[in-house]
Ligand binder design. Structure first.
Ligand SMILES: [Zn+2]
Length: 161
């Protein structure tokens, strides 16, 4: 386990995936969570919808992350743009982590993991594009069995070790 000097290691949400990218609340540029967090997915979806003349925010209301994912799965092009960006960002981050740590297996938790196969296929594809073949995890990328509860379970496990 890599903990870092005060326990902050593994804060991949603030790992930059685009040094010309969006400014993050942390002060960094192009942080992963600016593209792939639930908050950023719905924020970006609503920005793109507002840019469309046909969309009336007052009438149609904001679209949340769950609805964005649902629309992506149904083939909606705007949701597709938002999700492509999230998958590209995740692939970039996992590729960098693979080159840095050379893991045997990568496990994805969080809300997106609960969507299942379509998410896994896209993340795996984007990671393969950017990773040297010998560094791609031998056992591949898998979705956490406990989905969005995985981080909490992992944190709780730290109390027992
Ligand atoms: Zn950040």
């Amino acid at each position: 386990m890599v903990r870092g000097q005060w326990g902050g290691a593994g804060e991949i949400g603030h790992m930059s995936v685009d040094y010309h990218g969006r400014t993050c609340i942390c002060g960094g540029i192009g942080c992963l969570e600016e593209y792939a967090s639930g908050t950023s997915i719905s924020k970006r979806m609503n920005e793109l919808l507002l840019a469309e003349a046909a969309y009336d925010a007052a009438r149609d209301g904001p679209v949340d992350t769950r609805e964005t994912v649902k629309r992506w799965l149904l083939g909606d092009p705007v949701a597709g743009r938002v999700m492509n960006e999230a998958f590209e960002a995740l692939g970039t981050a996992i590729s960098s982590l693979s080159h840095l740590f050379n893991p045997e297996l990568v496990v994805i938790g969080g809300g997106l993991a609960e969507v299942g196969e379509p998410v896994l296929r896209r993340i795996e594809g984007e990671t393969r594009k950017k990773t040297m073949p010998s560094f791609f995890p031998e056992r591949g990328i898998q979705l956490a069995a406990n989905g969005n509860r995985s981080a909490m379970i992992g944190a709780a496990m730290q109390l027992w070790v």
